[in-house]
Design a protein around this ligand. Structure first.
Ligand code: BGC
Length: 251
């Protein structure tokens, strides 16, 4: 295999930013700088599409390089079926086709937390784990991924569990922490409730916690009292990019 056979582009669309890089899917390392644009105001399909095209263009990847794209919503058969932190115009949209037409080639299209979970399971914090791994991303929303013995079970919308009458991400996401200016201790109380509930429902073997805030994990993970091991993501904010690329290459 030539070196380029291990390369793929990963694009990670989030509620706050759109990021992309060229990835070595053998090692899970970035081969280029990470390029980034803010998620366009309102999160409308055409504006996000244009941001993706611009970022992919900036990477100047060799032609024919596979492209994986993540999206912060339920993704079924190429359609986006929900829209918690982007425009409602995405609901039911043939989003995979929208990006393919704009980029002029096929893409692999996947939920953002699923891509991040796949990457952590394959190259990162859950590389040596067995049994059930639950990845949660604490960001604008809460993303969830279930990976059992290396197999991804897609579209686990764990951020939308109803807990104490609230949509979980509205209280326990990193955005909720920032919006309400919660102390780490106050936020950890909400996370305690959230992870205890997940633990009760799924009996996982490992929790991996991602999202940008995972770089400060020492400020809140040690405050949690749960039986399941809980570790910060290793690939940090690049997990979505790396997972998208790996899935596009069929790793
Ligand atoms: C969405 C999920 C997404 C998560 C993280 C949630 O609001 O419903 O699909 O994975 O945010 O972006």
């Amino acid at each position: 295999m030539t070196k380029s056979k291990h390369q793929a582009v990963g694009v990670d669309i989030g509620g706050t930013g759109v990021k992309a890089a060229l990835v070595d899917v053998k090692t899970g390392e970035l081969l280029s700088d990470r390029v980034k644009l803010p998620t366009p105001e309102g999160g409308e399909p055409d504006a996000i599409r244009d941001a993706v095209v611009e970022l992919v263009g900036r990477l100047e990847a060799p032609s024919g390089t596979p492209i994986g794209v993540t999206f912060p919503a339920i993704v079924r058969h190429g359609r986006t079926m929900s829209a918690a932190n982007v425009s409602k115009a995405w609901i039911g949209l043939e989003a995979e086709r929208l990006f393919e037409q704009a980029l002029g080639r096929d893409i692999h299209f996947v939920n953002d937390a699923d891509a991040a979970g796949f990457a952590e399971d394959h190259y990162g914090a859950a590389k040596d784990a067995s049994g059930l791994v639950i990845m949660t991303t604490l960001g604008t929303g809460i993303g969830g991924a279930l990976i059992y013995e290396g197999v991804l079970i897609p579209n686990a919308e764990l951020g939308h569990l109803e807990i104490d009458g609230y949509d979980a991400e509205s209280r326990a996401s990193n955005r909720a922490r920032e919006r309400e200016e919660l102390s780490w201790e106050a936020w950890a109380e909400r996370l305690q409730r959230y992870y205890t509930h997940l633990e009760f429902l799924f009996s996982p073997d490992l929790f991996v916690v991602g999202g940008g805030v995972s770089k400060s994990s020492e400020l809140f993970l040690p405050l949690l009292r749960i039986d399941t091991p809980i570790v910060p993501a290793k690939l940090r904010n690049n997990a979505g990019i790396i997972g998208a690329a790996a899935l596009a290459r069929g790793v």
